[in-house]
Design a protein around this ligand. Structure first.
Ligand code: GUN
Ligand code: ZN
Length: 444
């Protein structure tokens, strides 16, 4: 693979910003560059310095005056719900039964799963997201479709088949044994193949019997390097139902704790209506609470409390949660995150938003050596952001006086139009797609 030099305004985070203008938390180069070799970052810094390290005839991709950041990371979404975004009028349990458990049945057909998986990956890339952690449907073929579509594009993704053996239509139910066997086979097939990683995925306590939870526990102890993903404390009716199904548990969180599902590779979607005790259990186990703002507003679920997570020392990440989430865009997601926390009397600073979408989410996944920054040795998953992509943004940008102001404009007004380019392991994906479309036009 040839070397490339990507030139523009480079921004990458070193640590979590502690305040509105914590300039020790990031590195920023107004005339910067990233040197990429074999899909990995060699170095990033001032253009003139990085240029000296490259061959005289190196290919330079000049993105000035756009920003160069690490690709965005989305830590919770559902690929089979791509065509169910914007399903009207219901809260969680009714929404699942009315729309989602109907939609997910289509994924019994491998051709449908493959088509949606391709569209899903392309939509992520159009929005600058280079790593996703997704639920597939109950069908193993949907997992094959998901990882195959990512592999074709060179993307590093995490995912797994949902296990569910009750409170769902028969066509979507597995059994404790089948869920275990199919998950085991999928782990053997996909976990660690190229950039793929598996997430053991009991959907949530409501759709798994105690027997299936036992099987999930066995899978987690047999595959300690796999991720675990499930849902926790999203909606009040959900909490009442889940705790009624597990009367011996202290609370909803304790259900998962009792089955050994909480560790530092566990991602718990939503975590809205949590007691201090429950958040402290997450802190002790290292499990991550996932903040899904567009989803939480769309389903009327509630307001995530990041300050309480911080105070109690628990880790949290951010995610779209498509299809309850209403957008694939992490920019739009952070716009809503800002508003949700505002309603809680909390502040999400622009630096913190961009930290969260990149390095923060990488840290939550334990993958900061591999993704989420522009440091040497990290995979060259990179997004190029155009802060003037829309006329209203261009006009607003004329009055912007600082990088921090610009970041806030990007998150508040931006969407997929701001993604000027996205690189996956050093490959410019938008350019590649345009070239492919042109070739198809020529041969048509
Ligand atoms: N809880 C269990 N399944 C789901 C799902 O698909 N979406 C959301 N938002 N919550 C869930
Ligand atoms: Zn979810």
């Amino acid at each position: 693979m040839t070397d490339i030099l990507i030139r523009g305004r480079v921004l990458t985070f070193i640590s979590e910003p502690q305040g509105i203008d914590d300039d020790a938390s990031y590195r920023y180069f107004e005339d910067g560059a990233v040197l990429v070799r074999g899909g990995k970052i060699v170095t990033s810094g001032v253009y003139a310095d990085v240029r000296k390290l490259a061959a005289a005839d190196i290919k330079v991709e000049d993105h000035r005056p756009n920003l160069i950041l690490p690709g965005f990371i989305d830590t919770h979404l559902h690929f089979p719900q791509t065509q169910a975004i914007a399903s009207y009028g219901a809260q969680l349990l009714e929404w699942l039964n009315t729309y989602i458990f109907v939609e997910e049945q289509k994924f019994a057909r491998p051709a449908h799963a493959a088509e949606v998986a391709g569209r899903f990956m392309d939509e992520l890339l159009s929005n600058g997201t280079t790593t996703a952690v997704a639920y597939c449907s109950v069908h193993p073929e949907s997992v094959d479709a998901y990882f195959s579509a990512a592999e074709q594009r060179g993307m590093g993704v995490i995912g797994g088949k949902v296990m569910m053996d009750r409170n769902a239509p028969e066509a979507l139910r597995d059994t404790p044994e089948r869920g275990y066997d199919e998950t085991k086979r999928l782990i053997e097939k996909w976990h660690g193949r190229g950039r793929a990683r598996y997430a053991i995925s009991p959907r949530f306590a409501i759709t798994s019997t105690p027997e299936q939870m036992e099987m999930s526990k066995a899978l987690v102890s047999e595959h300690p390097d796999c991720y675990v993903q499930t849902h926790l404390s999203e909606n009040l009716d959900e909490i009442a139902f889940a705790t009624s199904l597990y009367p011996a548990a202290k609370d909803y969180t304790d259900i998962y704790a009792r089955y050994g599902l909480l560790n530092e590779r566990t991602l718990l979607g939503h975590c809205i209506h949590m007691s201090d005790r429950e958040i402290s259990v997450l802190a002790e186990s290292g499990a991550v609470g996932v903040f899904c703002p567009t989803s939480n507003l769309f389903l009327g679920s509630g307001l995530f409390d990041s300050a309480r997570f911080d105070r109690l020392g628990a880790c949290w990440s951010v995610a779209t949660d498509v299809g309850a989430g209403t957008s694939f865009s992490m920019l739009e997601t952070m716009d809503e995150a800002y508003k949700v926390l505002h309603l809680r009397g909390q502040r999400l600073t622009p630096l913190n938003s961009f930290y969260r979408m990149t390095r923060g989410n990488a840290v939550a996944l334990g993958l900061e050596q591999e993704i989420g920054s522009l440091e040497p040795g990290v995979t060259a998953d990179i997004v190029i952001l155009d802060s003037r992509a829309k006329p209203a943004m261009e006009y607003r940008m004329r009055t912007a006086r600082s990088l921090i102001e610009e970041l806030f404009i990007l998150q508040t007004m931006g969407d997929d139009r701001c993604i000027a380019e996205v690189y996956v392991a050093g490959k410019a994906m938008k350019k590649a797609r345009r070239a492919m479309a042109d070739r198809q036009l020529e041969t048509a």
